[in-house]
Ligand binder design. Structure first.
Ligand code: 0WK
Ligand code: BGC
Length: 852
């Protein structure tokens, strides 16, 4: 347990950017980001260097979902002199072996992808670039350390014209690998645990025998943990112990032999025969080995030798278990899992050939982490197949990334495209304002009859309704003159059931009046007759403040018998039907105008209102001289742009993707509100859902498994976009959102991709919104013949307020496309209902001034 805890500390040092350079356990990123998902296919070559044997392999991977792999391999010798010679000779030899292999298989002309298992500590900067940090085991070729082994191999192959240690790797969360900037997904980390203890962490456990081995090794002071547990040194450990015991007259009548004193004379493979459950066989094997070393062992000597072998290999198995457990704990903590269920792929001659090693390792692992369900899977085909699989996965990932990027690129807008959106919006604004082209214009530029802002003399109680956003509110706003910032407000939120939104107009307005009655009751003002301001967030033609002819429903509303009607009259009729109270209908305003007024009450420079919520829209103060639909040229009046309809005449067709068309076709107003359907909260989730369906159907996501729930309209609520993109949300939380959507088998990689889709869709929405706003503020600047123009925009809407990046991306785009405008954004805290009440207060003041 203590060794395991020490190793865990070393792992953290290796993962941490500051301590990595001096960490003994280097925790090297491998740039292997994913494990096979069964869709890999193709033929791959693999080289496997560094274990007991050097292999060249041809691996055929079939994407038949059965993980079937066909393999041909050839073992080639790496002569000792090449291990210690020059690196060029070593890599030329490797290239020769490869050429020989290709020749044999008659595939010399095939240009196959190659995976290279190079089992030495390497600093990788990408999957196919790997700099050797230091040789280990029996290798010491010159001119290789500090070099990229892939380019050395490439050079030899171009020229050509074609082991025994211990280590572990595991899939680590990217956010824990401080050497890399990425935060999302996982990457395989090569722990290089052979070097555990090189910084003295194991000094209290290392014995004099360990120090003797190290002193006699090719790399003293290095790979100390490896020298305590791996096959290259296990035999030598036993030999040195036998020598020590002999010299202390404990064995072989204190007589050593030249063989016993020869380094490496006691092979690790000897231990496999001696440290045998079947004692008899083990002792016989011990005697045979000792006689082979020219010793004349007694039975006691054989028993003692067997005991030494048991102790050396048991220590190795237990130490290996301790470090393995540290890795298992790291994975469990990363997953925040109660119980970890995982499989460990194992290879190596000691694990495979030592009769007791694996049992002892498994047993100690289970003792140290009884709460983990660990399966050990012995690799049958060596890591060469693994290298081929890594190559196959890399190929699959590369192909999938390319396809995903190709699709996502259709949703990325360039600066030129955004400038074009701005230009076309400006053009449509002019067409909307002009009497001649107003009817055809997609952006209706509706006069809103708000021309002045409160002057502080307003006072009284006002009722306000706020319909059209994600919730319906009834408000009482009490305005005291001279108390500019102290308008008191009480409000209650009421729901508008879907069937009421899409029923008859009478039912809808009767429901609204029911809510007013309930509110007056709740406020103890039953029967009160107050001036009313009505925020009605839909396109209305107005010829005065207290009239609003509904042009068309948008968002989720479709109540019959309303379009083409004055909504004030519809409300009046409903009040009349109820016969319980009366109201003084003073104003109907759009939520953008209400929001502008609410913020304008605090900041007189607020002359633009913006909503990015269920729907999207903007209003601003336009020169009366430009509003051809209204008489008079003096001063300014607010214009409800209804920019949600921008694109309904095809202005955005060259920016629309097939996902936008799918969302529009499945909406309740196809062909309408095209700009809104690329920006607002009611639709962003749907765009994402359709991209995810497309990716899944192409096998680029969720392993191609499409869940029924994901096929459900509206299931991917836009709030998920905001949650998924929040920096605080860990990948596993994204996974729980996906599980909620019935995507129970999603992987971390899937979560990373879903997050990327959400960010691409939200980024485009924010940029399009920024381009539209740039057209508005630049027009106001030109209207006022200003070189520099500063203005405040009052903004409201759930998407703008809750999405972690929408507002900043929109403001960046606005600043870039309208650099001569300094725009301040003021979030409306009180909603547009207050604005409607203030507009009502102003209208009442003007009316009462007019009567005196
Ligand atoms: C709050 C305003 C309301 C507006 C809404 C828009 O008071 O008038 O319609 O914001 O945001 P949503 O609720 O659609 O997200
Ligand atoms: C409506 C606008 C409203 C906007 C924001 C749009 O669908 O047409 O009138 O301002 O949503 O709520």
């Amino acid at each position: 347990m203590d060794v395991s805890i020490r190793f865990r500390r070393e792992m953290d040092k290796g993962l941490c950017r500051d301590t990595n350079p001096t960490a003994a356990v280097r925790m090297l990123p491998t740039f292997v980001l994913s494990t096979p998902d069964g869709t890999e296919q193709g033929e791959f070559l693999a080289l496997d260097l560094g274990g007991a044997n050097f292999r060249v392999l041809l691996v055929k991977v079939m994407a038949d979902g059965e993980q079937k792999v066909e393999m041909e391999n050839q073992i080639y010798d790496i002569p000792e002199h090449l291990m210690r010679g020059s690196g060029t000779e070593l890599f030329d030899h490797i290239a020769d072996c490869l050429a020989n292999f290709l020749e044999k298989l008659g595939i010399k002309d095939k240009k196959l992808p190659l995976g290279f298992t190079f089992s030495f500590p390497c600093q990788q900067t990408k999957l196919d670039e790997s700099v050797l940090l230091s040789w280990t085991k029996a290798f010491k070729s010159s001119g290789v350390e500090g070099k990229d082994v892939v380019s050395l191999l490439r050079k030899s192959i171009k020229k050509r014209g074609v082991r025994t240690g211990t280590n572990a790797c595991y899939m680590e969360q990217m956010r824990n690998i401080e050497l890399l900037d990425a935060d999302e997904g996982r990457m395989c980390v090569n722990t290089e645990w052979g070097a555990f203890g090189d910084d003295g962490t194991l000094e209290d456990l290392r014995t004099d025998i360990d120090r003797e081995i190290d002193a006699g090794s090719l790399n003293p002071g290095k790979q100390l943990f490896e020298k305590m547990i791996s096959g290259m040194y296990m035999g030598e450990l036993v030999r040195l112990i036998l020598v020590r015991m002999t010299r202390e007259q404990l064995l072989f009548q204190a007589k050593t032999t030249a063989e016993l004193l020869t380094t490496g004379s006691f092979k690790t493979s000897y231990i496999y025969g001696i440290d045998n459950e079947n004692n008899e066989e083990g002792l016989a094997s011990a005697e045979k080995v000792l006689r082979g070393l020219n010793l004349d062992p007694s039975v006691e000597d054989c028993i003692a030798t067997q005991r030494v072998c048991q102790i050396v290999s048991t220590r190795a198995a237990h130490l290996c278990a301790a470090t393995l457990v540290a890795v298992l704990r790291q994975i469990r903590d990363n997953k925040a899992a109660e119980k970890l269920r995982t499989t460990i792929g194992v290879d190596g001659s000691v694990y495979k050939n030592h009769p007791e090693f694996s049992r002892r390792l498994h047993k100690m692992v289970r003792r140290l982490v009884p709460d983990c369900d660990v399966r050990f899977l012995q690799s049958q085909c060596g890591s060469g197949k693994g290298a081929a699989m890594v190559t196959a996965v890399a190929y699959r990932l590369a192909a999938q990334n390319a396809e995903r990027q190709r699709i996502l690129d259709t949703m990325c807008l360039s600066r030129e495209q955004l400038l074009e959106v701005k230009r076309r919006m400006s053009e449509e604004m002019v067409r909307g304002l002009s009497k001649q082209t107003h009817e055809q214009a997609s952006v209706k530029m509706l006069p809103a009859y708000v021309r002045s802002t409160p002057d502080g003399t307003e006072h009284g109680d006002f009722l306000a309704l706020d319909l059209g956003g994600s919730s319906f509110r009834v408000l009482l706003v009490q305005v005291q003159s001279g108390q500019r910032h102290k308008a008191k407000m009480q409000q209650k939120i009421y729901s508008i059931p879907q069937e009421t939104m899409q029923g008859t107009g009478e039912e809808l307005f009767d429901h609204i009046v029911d809510c007013i009655a309930a509110f007056l009751e709740y406020m103890g003002m039953k029967g009160a007759s107050l001036p009313l301001g009505f925020t009605f967030s839909f396109p209305c033609h107005q010829s005065r403040l207290d009239q609003g002819i509904l042009l068309k429903w948008t968002k989720g509303f479709k109540a019959s018998g309303c379009e083409g009607h004055d909504v004030i009259l519809l409300l009046k009729d409903a009040v009349r039907r109820r016969q319980e109270f009366d109201l003084n209908f003073v104003a109907v305003v759009n939520d953008t105008v209400g929001t502008m007024m609410t913020c304008g009450y605090e900041d007189p420079k607020c002359e633009v209102g913006l909503i990015v919520g269920t729907g999207t829209n903007a209003c601003y103060m336009e020169e009366m001289s430009n509003i051809e639909l209204v008489e008079g040229n003096e001063g300014r009046m607010s214009i409800n742009m209804e920019w949600g309809a921008f694109g309904d005449n095809g202005e955005l067709d060259d920016f629309c993707t097939r996902f936008d068309h799918i969302v529009d076709d499945s909406s309740n107003n196809p062909g309408k509100q095209r700009y809104e359907k690329m920006i607002s909260g009611m639709y962003l989730g749907e765009i994402v859902r359709n991209v995810l369906i497309d990716f899944t159907s192409k096998g680029l996501l969720f392993r191609g498994k499409l869940s029924e729930r994901l096929k459900t309209w509206g299931i991917f609520a836009t709030k998920f976009l905001s949650q998924i993109e929040s920096d605080r949300l860990a990948m596993r939380q994204i996974r729980s959102i996906l599980q909620h959507l019935g995507l129970t088998s999603s992987t971390i990689d899937d979560s990373v991709l879903v997050k990327e889709v959400c960010s691409v869709v939200a980024r485009r929405a924010a940029q399009l919104c920024g381009a539209g706003l740039a057209a508005v503020v630049d027009r106001m600047r030109e209207n006022r013949n200003l070189n520099q123009f500063s203005v405040t925009v009052g903004v409201d809407g759930t998407l703008y307020k809750t999405h972690p990046h929408f507002s900043s991306i929109m403001q960046e785009t606005l600043q870039d496309l309208a650099p001569q405008c300094q725009v301040t954004f003021q979030k409306s805290e009180d909603g547009s209902g207050k604005g409607a009440a203030l507009i009502t207060a102003v209208a009442c003041r003007i009316k009462s001034e007019g009567q005196h």
